[in-house]
Design a protein. Structure first.
Length: 257
């Protein structure tokens, strides 16, 4: 009888978390580190964590703002001084699962405007929760996949978003407004604020522009003030992770490719 050799499975991130790292052969670890671009320091600590892709360049962001500012068929989003409605922002952190009933109630209430971003919108819809607005400010092209749902959720797209998102929204027949989540200063040339001025027309002479850093969660603080909200609630903006019973660490309430 021939010996049965167990198939050797590649090391995954979750497998590394679940296993005692001291029991993993150095060659196996080194191969996995090299594959994922990880370089531990002399103490075994990772000082830098790689992203799947390079950050979008300053020049590319300006190019996208300039292109999307000229979409005069997409109305500008306008700020307002005051509203008595309450703003709710729903992020994708693992704690959000415990509050779905509350969030659903707010989505259906006349007292609240519920915003969410990126892939969290599709996940909420899969849970029977329909947010009032879906907002995206990330300039990466892969964000187009966050629009892969059929429900008619109104979209708010930053002018710095990849043009494919606007095209996908048009194909969906979605209601869309554009605004600027500024990130490119004029220190090294043209700023994104200057590029966005092409969105202004006699018929649509203003648009909303906000600052707030690189995360939608922090941007939404500025967004709330610009939209006249005086009461703000955040869900799922955890800044932490969830460790399951089998030692797998989740950063989101859902599986995020």
């Amino acid at each position: 009888m021939e010996d049965v050799v167990a198939e050797e499975k590649p090391v995954t991130r979750q497998a590394l978390i679940a296993r005692d790292i001291s029991t993993i052969p150095e060659e196996e670890l080194a191969e996995w580190y090299a594959k994922h671009g990880l370089t531990p320091d002399k103490d075994g600590v990772f000082a830098e964590m790689p992203y799947d892709k390079e950050n979008v360049s300053r020049e590319k962001i300006l190019e996208q703002v300039e292109a999307n500012a000229l979409r005069h068929d997409v109305p500008n989003l306008h700020g307002r001084e005051y509203t008595n409605r309450k703003m709710v922002y729903v992020g994708g952190g693992p704690t959000v699962r415990a509050h779905l009933a509350e969030i659903k109630g707010r989505c259906e209430s006349e007292e609240y405007d519920v915003y969410t971003s990126n892939m969290t919108c599709a996940w909420l819809l899969s849970q029977g929760v329909t947010p009032n607005f879906h907002i995206i400010v990330d300039p990466q092209q892969r964000k187009v996949h966050d629009l892969e749902y059929e429900e008619p959720v109104p979209l708010l797209l930053g002018m710095q978003c990849h043009p494919d998102l606007f095209e996908r929204a048009r194909a969906k027949g979605a209601t869309v407004h554009k605004f600027l989540a500024a990130s490119v200063t004029g220190k090294e040339g043209k700023s994104d604020r200057e590029a966005a001025r092409a969105a202004l027309t006699p018929e649509d002479p203003t648009f909303l522009g906000i600052g707030g850093g690189s995360m939608c969660g922090t941007r939404m603080i500025y967004f709330a003030a610009a939209m006249g909200y005086r009461s703000v609630e955040f869900y799922g903006v955890d800044g932490c992770v969830e460790k399951t019973a089998d030692n797998v660490v989740n950063c989101y309430a859902y599986n995020k490719p």
